[in-house]
Design a protein around this ligand. Structure first.
Ligand code: SAM
Length: 210
């Protein structure tokens, strides 16, 4: 839905720094309000976008969790630690372009936390760079800039440099095995239709907590 500011943007564009500030402030208020409402309900039935950061998946429908309090972020916490959420309450989790930023033991912790907080029947979708596809791209002579970005991550700004590095990636078969080992069922690779990242180099795996 268009806000007042969006509708009158042409007139006020000379003051666009104010526009940016006002829009961020307004987004932050909405996100905090949404987070408070869900917290009061113990997050029962909530959907999480884990590490949505500045590029959230369906904001408004999913609560955006991130370590950096960008205006778009609903819940701020470090996912390398125990999530501040009760077990068995979350309806759905999506995690895009996230797991590759963590070391292997953190990945295992995060996936186990996903399992813990999901309600029975809850759905997990994980999208992360496909190390095998990137290697194939490299051998096939794909653009070196692009291949490097997928392997090592992008540098976007001072604030997120460290968080933007890639540290560990699973081939899709290893991700599926790990999710099954943790206890997920119906684990399979599905079409990457998130629209967030190049599906040639990022897979999407779907799993269910029994
Ligand atoms: C590459 S962005 C992904 C954003 C979005 N999900 C997407 O698909 O484009 C990775 C996000 O992970 C967040 N992040 C990194 N380390 C984190 C941590 N320990 N806990 C929570 N979020 C973290 C970063 O701040 C950043 O917003």
């Amino acid at each position: 839905m268009k806000t007042f500011i969006d509708r009158h943007y042409r007139t006020i564009r000379r003051f666009r720094f104010l526009y940016g500030w006002a829009k961020d402030a307004c987004t932050k208020v909405q996100c905090s309000k949404r987070a408070e409402e869900w917290k009061a309900k113990g997050y029962k039935g909530a959907k999480l976008d884990v590490c949505g950061g500045r590029n959230p998946y369906k904001p408004g429908e999913y609560l955006n969790v991130d370590i950096v309090s960008f205006p778009q972020v609903d819940l701020v916490f470090d996912i390398r630690r125990k999530f501040p959420i009760e077990s068995g309450v979350i309806a759905e989790i999506i995690s895009c372009a996230t797991l590759e930023h963590f070391r292997r033991h953190h990945n295992e912790h995060i996936l186990r936390e996903f399992f813990r907080v999901l309600a029975p029947g809850g759905i997990l979708r994980v999208s992360t760079p496909d190390i095998e596809a990137i290697a194939r791209g490299l051998l096939a002579g794909d653009d070196l800039e692009k291949v490097n970005q997928h392997f090592f991550g992008k540098y976007k700004c001072e604030k997120t440099d460290d968080f933007d590095l890639h540290r560990w990636m699973y081939p899709v078969s290893a991700m599926i095995s790990l999710l099954r080992e943790i206890g997920f069922t119906d684990v399979k690779q599905v079409e990457n239709d998130t629209g967030l990242h190049d599906p040639k180099y990022n897979y999407l795996v779907r799993a269910r907590k029994p």
